[in-house]
Design a protein around this ligand. Structure first.
Ligand SMILES: C[S@@+](CC[C@H](N)C(=O)[O-])C[C@H]1O[C@@H](n2cnc3c(N)ncnc32)[C@H](O)[C@@H]1O
Length: 195
């Protein structure tokens, strides 16, 4: 297997743009509402057995909001995050037994043979390297029926161009990019697609 860059494993030491972040619970609650409005999760809930993967959940408030609402209708919810943050995330979600935790270092082991109804990234993938994004596209996007990605602009590398190209190649319905208004202090955009 190709050797990964140290940035993959030690992303948080690699520059001023990123750092250990606790996220913002009010934004995560607003993002949960946006997911309920935008995605197919409400109609899937009538059938149950929902499977979700989320990159960069921080403390897991978004996950908590969705699992509180849909409860046992969410069968599996996988969170991929830095191992030091995951300690807090686990405590925050200890009553939510369908949640699984995966560290960034173990991300290659956590996917095999899983399919997801929904893949979520809120403020995460744009903080990672192209190498990591490509890994996520090639292994997780292909296994996801729907993706919901909130992205902060202002990153010079223009990830949104690569993301839109990847969505168009892999998903049947790609929505227009929408500016999200509940985090008004900086520009945030929603990318959404399903197969
Ligand atoms: C800007 S915070 C967003 C947190 C939360 N999703 C929110 O909306 O408030 C980005 C999160 O992504 C995590 N993160 C950074 N690189 C990651 C990677 N390669 N894989 C998974 N999570 C990562 C960080 O630890 C951090 O919790």
């Amino acid at each position: 297997m190709k050797k990964r860059s140290s940035y993959w494993e030690d992303w948080h030491e690699q520059g001023p743009k990123v750092g250990l972040s606790k996220g913002a619970p009010q934004f995560q609650a607003a993002n949960a509402n946006l997911i309920i409005e935008t995605t197919q999760i409400d109609s899937l809930a009538t059938l149950g057995g929902i499977s979700i993967v989320e990159f960069g959940p921080s403390t897991g408030e978004l996950c908590k909001n969705l699992t509180n609402k849909y409860q046992t209708r969410i069968d599996n919810y996988t969170l991929i995050e830095d191992k030091r943050i995951l300690e807090t995330t686990r405590k925050n979600l200890e009553k939510h037994t369908q949640v699984e935790y995966c560290t960034i270092e173990d991300v290659e082991k956590c996917q095999p043979n899983k399919n997801y109804d929904l893949l979520i990234s809120c403020g995460c993938l744009e903080e990672t390297t192209n190498e990591y994004r490509e890994f996520v596209h090639n292994n997780f996007f292909v296994a996801a029926n729907e993706v919901f990605i909130i992205m902060m602009h202002g990153y010079e590398d223009q990830y949104e161009i690569l993301l839109q190209k990847t969505l168009k190649e892999n998903f049947k319905k790609v929505s227009d990019v929408v500016k999200v208004s509940h985090m008004a202090s900086w520009p945030i955009y929603l990318h959404h697609a399903f197969k």
